[in-house]
Design a protein around this ligand. Structure first.
Ligand SMILES: Cc1cc2nc3c(=O)[nH]c(=O)nc-3n(C[C@H](O)[C@H](O)[C@H](O)COP(=O)(O)OP(=O)(O)OC[C@H]3O[C@@H](n4cnc5c(N)ncnc54)[C@H](O)[C@@H]3O)c2cc1C
Length: 412
């Protein structure tokens, strides 16, 4: 027996992009389901550093100007949602954990007058504040530190708790899917190049035909395979690999900061994440993770040890445990330099293909999808009884991957 379920929107992929959109569409009364093939928030999202960028990092590269735009508004948008005072459609993220109210920029020594005057410039006023020694975060209040510290209006989040807050109360509208040949999900196309339906098989073997006005592809790196299955050639995806470094240790002070180097890309970006036993896991990205792609894990760890000794010599990491994590950033393929100031959303037949390009831009992606729905006159059906049959398994929420990582001996 086959049953048809009519939805307004089906979101495919439960990373930050899909989750924020899913929550917002439900709030607006759109009949929306979320399909996830693995765990919720478990892709790039959980592997991110959790920084809600406001674009300052990109002003350093000259990629953004004062006039830019979507990303500059993101920190305030998130702050409001985290305080439960967001726009009506925005999620209430009060239960999510803020790791740091601010992210910082530090220069290890004298970075020269160009940078100093740049930070004092009008373009960055209100976004970057130079701190006096008394205002430094504890990690930099050490006699051995000679550099400058700037405070950015960028919050740092514990991502697993954000995922939890976004899914709260909506779990029965999520479905775990498996697109493999023996799996429970199949994408059906029609002759016009539209997605006709998604055929889902329940645990008891019954079929459900899921039909939606719009299918939103928010599957991160998995979007390419979905586009291939659907037979769509444009847009195309690209991946940019990173090898991140994790270090677990006993130093009591956390650090949330980009270290300025000689190039516009931060030399290193460090965020700190609490482990199960109260230790910190410092997560190192930025230039070191980009350059580290070509290195073996052992070689990169050796580089990271040297960097940390050079940059934060008063922090004793001799007894620390180290590991690396390889991960790709998935983005639309673009010939020109990718402008990281807005999310990517492209309508394709009865679908919308999306990549946020930044965790911070999830609200912007959601706005853009809603604008596209409204443009096509797709209105919320507002059906409070909208539900799907119960016989499906639901995707789990992905825990923070460093939690238990070292105790369980997963580190190399
Ligand atoms: C190491 C690293 C650090 C970063 N740090 C930051 C940061 O500090 N701040 C910031 O703003 N951005 C950061 N980013 C970028 C940010 O993480 C990503 O832009 C963002 O998380 C992408 O979200 P997403 O929802 O598009 O993708 P993902 O988080 O990858 O989610 C995609 C989801 O879709 C699912 N999926 C895939 N294929 C299918 C399918 N066929 N069917 C169903 N489900 C499917 C996956 O299982 C996954 O759950 C970082 C990225 C990396 C890699």
């Amino acid at each position: 027996m086959s049953q048809t379920v009519e939805a307004d929107v089906v979101v495919i992929g439960g990373g930050i992009a899909g989750l924020w959109l899913f929550r917002t569409l439900n709030t607006l009364g759109y009949r929306t389901l979320l399909l996830e093939q693995d765990s919720l928030g478990g892709g790039q999202t959980i592997k991110s550093q959790g920084i809600v960028h406001g674009g300052t990092k990109y002003t350093l590269t000259g990629q953004l100007t004062n006039a830019s735009q979507a990303i500059a508004g993101m920190p305030e948008r998130w702050r409001n949602a985290l305080a439960g005072k967001g726009e009506e459609r925005d999620p209430d993220l009060r239960s999510a954990r803020i790791l740091s109210e601010y992210h910082y920029l530090w220069s290890p020594g004298d970075i020269g007058s160009r940078m100093t005057s740049f930070f004092a410039s009008k373009a960055l006023r209100g976004r970057v504040d130079a701190l006096t020694k008394e205002q430094f975060p504890a990690i930099f209040k050490h006699n051995g530190f000679r550099g400058k510290v700037y405070q950015l209006n960028e919050i740092v989040l514990d991502i697993a708790t954000v995922t939890q807050a976004l899914v709260n109360g909506l779990k029965d509208k999520t479905i775990k899917v498996d697109w493999s040949e023996q799996g429970n999900a199949r994408l059906n196309k029609d002759s016009q190049g539209n997605i006709d339906s998604i055929e889902l098989t329940e645990a008891n073997g019954e079929n459900v035909l899921l039909k939606a006005s719009r299918y939103v592809l928010a599957s991160g790196e998995g979007t390419e395979a979905l586009l291939n299955t659907w037979g769509i050639n444009d847009p195309k995806m690209q991946v940019r690999p990173l090898q991140m470094v994790m270090v677990r240790h006993d130093h009591p002070e956390p650090i949330y900061a980009h270290c300025l180097g000689t190039t516009p890309l931060p030399r290193i970006t460090v965020t700190s994440h609490p482990d199960n036993d109260g230790k910190w896991v410092w997560y190192l990205g930025g230039g070191i993770a980009e350059d580290g792609v070509k290195q073996s894990a052992e070689a990169l760890i050796a580089t990271a040890k040297k960097e940390m000794k050079a940059l934060l010599p008063w922090v004793d990491l001799d007894q620390a445990e180290w590991d690396t994590l390889r991960v790709n950033r998935a983005e639309p393929k673009q010939n020109r330099l990718l402008r990281p100031d807005a999310a990517f959303c492209q309508p394709v037949a009865n679908g919308i293909v999306t990549w946020p390009t930044k965790l911070a831009l999830a609200p912007n992606l959601s706005d853009e999808v809603i604008r596209l729905l409204q443009e096509d006159n797709i209105r919320p059906a507002g059906d409070e009884n909208f539900s799907i049959p119960e016989g499906f398994s639901r995707p789990e929420i992905c825990p923070n991957f460093w939690q238990g990582h070292f105790e369980e001996g997963k580190a190399s």
